[in-house]
Design a protein around this ligand. Structure first.
Ligand SMILES: [Fe+2]
Length: 132
Protein backbone atom coordinates (compact mmCIF):
# COMPACT_ATOMS: atom_id res chain seq x y z
CA UNK A 1 0.00 0.00 0.00
CA UNK A 2 1.02 3.58 -0.50
CA UNK A 3 0.65 5.64 2.62
CA UNK A 4 0.31 9.38 2.22
CA UNK A 5 2.76 11.25 4.41
CA UNK A 6 3.80 14.85 4.83
CA UNK A 7 7.05 14.22 3.02
CA UNK A 8 5.05 13.90 -0.22
CA UNK A 9 3.51 17.34 0.13
CA UNK A 10 4.64 19.81 -2.52
CA UNK A 11 2.65 22.69 -1.07
CA UNK A 12 0.89 23.19 -4.41
CA UNK A 13 -2.69 22.32 -3.49
CA UNK A 14 -3.80 21.09 -6.90
CA UNK A 15 -0.76 18.84 -7.30
CA UNK A 16 -1.03 17.44 -3.78
CA UNK A 17 -4.67 16.57 -4.41
CA UNK A 18 -3.78 14.82 -7.64
CA UNK A 19 -0.94 12.90 -6.01
CA UNK A 20 -3.31 11.79 -3.28
CA UNK A 21 -5.76 10.61 -5.92
CA UNK A 22 -2.96 8.57 -7.54
CA UNK A 23 -2.21 6.99 -4.16
CA UNK A 24 -5.92 6.19 -3.78
CA UNK A 25 -6.15 4.48 -7.18
CA UNK A 26 -3.03 2.42 -6.42
CA UNK A 27 -4.47 1.45 -3.04
CA UNK A 28 -7.75 0.47 -4.65
CA UNK A 29 -5.77 -1.94 -6.79
CA UNK A 30 -3.85 -3.27 -3.78
CA UNK A 31 -7.20 -3.82 -2.05
CA UNK A 32 -8.42 -5.85 -5.01
CA UNK A 33 -5.25 -7.89 -4.93
CA UNK A 34 -5.79 -8.76 -1.28
CA UNK A 35 -9.45 -9.64 -1.78
CA UNK A 36 -9.44 -13.41 -1.56
CA UNK A 37 -13.18 -13.73 -2.02
CA UNK A 38 -12.96 -12.68 -5.62
CA UNK A 39 -11.64 -15.36 -7.95
CA UNK A 40 -11.92 -13.59 -11.27
CA UNK A 41 -10.61 -10.08 -10.95
CA UNK A 42 -9.81 -9.59 -14.62
CA UNK A 43 -12.46 -6.97 -15.44
CA UNK A 44 -11.70 -4.97 -12.32
CA UNK A 45 -7.98 -5.08 -12.97
CA UNK A 46 -8.49 -3.85 -16.51
CA UNK A 47 -10.72 -1.04 -15.22
CA UNK A 48 -8.24 0.06 -12.54
CA UNK A 49 -5.32 0.02 -14.95
CA UNK A 50 -7.30 2.14 -17.39
CA UNK A 51 -8.23 4.56 -14.61
CA UNK A 52 -4.63 4.77 -13.50
CA UNK A 53 -3.42 5.40 -17.04
CA UNK A 54 -6.01 8.08 -17.73
CA UNK A 55 -5.57 9.84 -14.41
CA UNK A 56 -1.78 9.77 -14.68
CA UNK A 57 -1.96 11.41 -18.11
CA UNK A 58 -4.27 14.08 -16.76
CA UNK A 59 -2.06 14.68 -13.72
CA UNK A 60 1.17 14.86 -15.72
CA UNK A 61 -0.39 17.36 -18.06
CA UNK A 62 -1.42 19.66 -15.26
CA UNK A 63 1.93 19.25 -13.52
CA UNK A 64 3.69 20.15 -16.77
CA UNK A 65 1.52 23.24 -17.12
CA UNK A 66 2.46 24.18 -13.59
CA UNK A 67 6.19 23.74 -14.26
CA UNK A 68 5.89 25.94 -17.35
CA UNK A 69 4.02 28.58 -15.35
CA UNK A 70 6.93 28.91 -12.90
CA UNK A 71 9.54 28.81 -15.69
CA UNK A 72 11.09 25.61 -14.38
CA UNK A 73 14.41 25.04 -16.16
CA UNK A 74 14.42 21.25 -16.01
CA UNK A 75 10.96 21.03 -17.55
CA UNK A 76 11.99 18.95 -20.56
CA UNK A 77 13.81 16.22 -18.65
CA UNK A 78 10.94 16.05 -16.18
CA UNK A 79 8.43 15.78 -18.99
CA UNK A 80 10.55 13.00 -20.54
CA UNK A 81 10.27 11.00 -17.31
CA UNK A 82 6.51 11.38 -17.44
CA UNK A 83 6.44 10.13 -21.03
CA UNK A 84 8.60 7.19 -20.04
CA UNK A 85 6.19 6.18 -17.31
CA UNK A 86 3.17 6.49 -19.59
CA UNK A 87 4.94 4.25 -22.10
CA UNK A 88 5.64 1.63 -19.43
CA UNK A 89 2.01 1.60 -18.34
CA UNK A 90 0.95 1.26 -21.97
CA UNK A 91 3.15 -1.84 -22.23
CA UNK A 92 1.09 -3.66 -19.62
CA UNK A 93 0.00 -6.79 -21.41
CA UNK A 94 -3.58 -7.65 -20.65
CA UNK A 95 -3.13 -11.25 -21.84
CA UNK A 96 -0.66 -11.76 -19.03
CA UNK A 97 -3.25 -10.44 -16.60
CA UNK A 98 -5.40 -13.43 -17.41
CA UNK A 99 -2.61 -16.02 -16.95
CA UNK A 100 -1.70 -15.18 -13.40
CA UNK A 101 -3.78 -12.28 -12.23
CA UNK A 102 -2.43 -11.76 -8.74
CA UNK A 103 1.25 -12.11 -9.58
CA UNK A 104 0.97 -9.81 -12.57
CA UNK A 105 -1.06 -7.22 -10.74
CA UNK A 106 1.36 -7.27 -7.81
CA UNK A 107 4.35 -6.80 -10.06
CA UNK A 108 2.67 -3.97 -11.96
CA UNK A 109 1.49 -2.28 -8.81
CA UNK A 110 4.83 -2.52 -7.08
CA UNK A 111 6.40 -0.85 -10.08
CA UNK A 112 3.75 1.89 -10.15
CA UNK A 113 3.81 2.54 -6.41
CA UNK A 114 7.59 2.70 -6.24
CA UNK A 115 7.77 4.93 -9.30
CA UNK A 116 5.17 7.39 -8.00
CA UNK A 117 6.73 7.65 -4.54
CA UNK A 118 10.28 8.05 -5.86
CA UNK A 119 9.20 10.46 -8.58
CA UNK A 120 7.45 12.76 -6.11
CA UNK A 121 10.36 12.73 -3.67
CA UNK A 122 13.19 12.78 -6.19
CA UNK A 123 11.81 14.83 -9.07
CA UNK A 124 8.69 16.79 -8.16
CA UNK A 125 10.44 18.20 -5.10
CA UNK A 126 13.03 19.75 -7.43
CA UNK A 127 10.50 22.10 -9.01
CA UNK A 128 9.16 22.86 -5.54
CA UNK A 129 12.68 23.83 -4.47
CA UNK A 130 13.30 25.78 -7.69
CA UNK A 131 10.24 27.91 -7.07
CA UNK A 132 11.81 29.00 -3.78
FE1 LIG B 1 6.23 14.79 -12.03
Amino acid sequence: MLKWEDKYRTGVAQIDEQHQRLFAIANEAYGLLKNELRTDKYDDIVAILAELRDYTKYHFQSEEEYMLSIGYKKFLSHKAEHADFIAKIAEVDLDKVDDNQDAYLRETLDFVATWIAEHILGRDMLYVAAKG
